[in-house]
Design a binder for this molecule. Structure first.
Ligand code: FAD
Length: 498
């Protein structure tokens, strides 16, 4: 790296997403006299607003995008460097940015998030959705589209197929049921009718606030020109979008239909052809057989080929570790994340990591698993800040309670969804039983029991059961005497366990 170090900070945090910003807030407020730097590629940073602790472990919050100056005003000891880190030297404790500057650190926390795992690189007909820019590109392309193919079965694909209107959607999922990351086949069956019905009126108001970085601090929505001018391009990724990423952007295609989704189960993408390539391929008969003329064609592993305007690749994220690896000796997990221990420390001294970029490699509580979600990014960023603080003060610190029980609250297909513990029986083996209660169009409740103890639950709809079930999971009470009565709709279960 060789370059002269411009300044050494006590704490350097890389990445202005939820994990990085939460870590910055924790350290800047706990050490008002220490110099803290946030180095981030995008001009806007993320902030948690209206934080609400719904129960012991469930939390809800809105996410705001702010100019980084708002953070600097709040914390006079904070310097925000707007540039991407291109190299890290853990021996000299320095990071180098793409604009050629070198900064020293005593403690470093990497919160650089992830980027979409694309089906194929550099194909103009394949889009990934990660940040506000890619969501807007998607919207622009969708407005002229008659048919798109969505590949993937996680949260993003689920929301996308539901939100898109006026465009036929072919949805290719590799599993037997939709939403396999979050649901089982029963829950999928409960949700499927929503894809066929028109969407309920009066969508929730947009809670995302956007600001520009104009000197006057006036707030308006970014235009493409604004963004290009500020250099937030694909090589300098912005933060991942959050739970309300599609609110405030109209996801409408060129046709006059509401929902038109066909699901292709248990298949993946075999190959992608442009119109010209298809004509030269063994599949060419398809064109003459009435598959129509489309800019791009997808052949699925179930043998079917679909023409479409473009393909959305929503098959998960790859941790953004690349700039940090060269010349260092980071232990990486199988999913490509930086391995962190129960103090959010990587394998390199004085380097911590939090959020989507890291993989939690401590021995997990039997009721918790890592999922690259908004809430976990906040929890990890906050806990990493506390661990760094404890280490510099030589104080002991125990794994935070939030890692005791997996909990997630979200919305799918306009239903409230609460996921608790091993909600899909993850890792429990065949030795568990399920209790299910379902009222079509209203609620779907699933409880996972192992040895008579509640290990997890899926609650879809306004069930009002989250707190009671969270307690039952946390206290691991033997529920054998209650049997199926546990889900009897005529019993007020809350009173039962009071
Ligand atoms: P990010 O938010 O990705 O932030 C990373 C930051 O690092 C960015 O500021 C970026 O500019 C910066 N950066 C990257 N590389 C560098 C570098 N080399 N140098 C400097 N800075 C760098 N989660 C939910 O819980 N619920 C949902 O409904 C939900 N929906 C989602 C929908 C979409 C479309 C997507 C893409 C994700 C969704 N998620 C959802 C996941 C959630 O957004 C992420 O888990 C979370 O944002 C991760 O936060 P982070 O701070 O780790 O990373």
């Amino acid at each position: 790296m060789g370059d002269k170090t411009e300044k050494t900070f006590r704490f350097v945090i890389v990445g202005g997403g939820i994990a990085g910003v939460t870590c910055v807030e924790q350290l800047s407020s706990q050490f008002p006299d220490a110099e803290v730097a946030l180095i981030t590629a995008a001009s806007l940073v993320k902030a948690v607003a209206n934080f609400k602790q719904v129960s012991k472990t469930l939390e809800e919050f809105d996410v705001e995008e702010q100019p980084s100056s708002v953070l600097e005003e709040k914390f006079p000891n904070l310097t925000v460097v707007q540039s991407a880190v291109k190299a890290l030297n853990t021996h000299t404790h320095t990071v180098q940015t793409v604009d050629g500057r070198t900064f020293g650190y005593e403690k470093l926390c990497i919160c650089s998030g992830g980027r979409p795992k694309l089906l194929t690189q550099g194909n103009p007909y394949v889009l990934g959705i990660r940040d506000t820019d890619s969501a807007q590109e998607f919207q622009k392309r969708l407005s002229k589209a008659k048919r798109i193919v969505v590949v993937g079965n996680g949260g993003i694909a689920l929301e996308l197929v539901y939100e898109v209107e006026g465009c036929e959607v072919i949805w290719a999922v590799k599993d037997k049921a939709i939403g396999n990351t979050f649901f089982d086949a029963g829950a999928a069956q409960f949700l499927i009718p929503s894809l066929e019905a028109d969407k309920p009126e009066g969508a929730t108001p947009c809670k995302r606030h956007r600001y520009t970085v104009e000197p006057a601090g006036a707030s308006h929505t970014f235009t493409d020109e604004d963004r290009r001018g500020r250099g937030v391009g694909p090589t300098e990724p912005g933060s991942a979008l959050g739970p309300d990423w599609h609110e405030g952007i109209v996801l409408r295609g060129a046709e006059e239909v509401s929902h038109r989704v066909s699901v292709e189960y248990q298949c993946e993408v075999d190959s992608i052809y442009t119109h010209q390539e298809l004509l030269k391929s063994p599949q060419q008969t398809l064109v003459s057989e009435g598959a129509g003329s489309w800019p791009v064609y997808v052949k699925l592993t179930n043998g079917k080929t679909f023409g479409c305007d473009f393909i959305v690749s929503a098959t998960g994220v790859v941790p953004n570790t690349e700039p940090f690896l060269h010349g260092n000796n980071f232990a990486l997990a199988d999913d490509g994340g930086l391995r962190v221990d129960d103090h959010m420390m990587t394998s390199e001294p004085d380097v911590y990591a939090a959020g989507d970029v890291c993989t939690a490699c401590w021995e997990h509580s039997p009721l918790w698993q890592q999922m690259r979600l908004w809430t976990q990014a906040r929890q990890m960023g906050w806990y990493a800040g506390r661990c760094i603080a404890a280490h510099v003060l030589s104080e002991p610190i125990e794994l935070d309670f939030c890692f005791e029980l997996f909990s997630h609250i979200t919305k799918f297909f306009s239903y409230k969804v609460v996921l608790l513990g091993k909600f899909n029986g993850q890792g429990l083996g065949p030795d568990h039983e399920l209790l299910v209660r379902c009222t079509k169009g209203q609620e779907y409740i699933k409880v996972i029991l192992s040895g008579g103890r509640m290990m997890g639950a899926v609650l879809i709809g306004e069930t009002d059961l989250e707190e009671t079930f969270e307690n039952l999971i946390l206290n691991q009470m033997d529920l054998t005497p209650y049997g199926e009565e546990l889900l009897n709709p005529n019993i007020d279960i809350e009173d039962y366990f009071d």
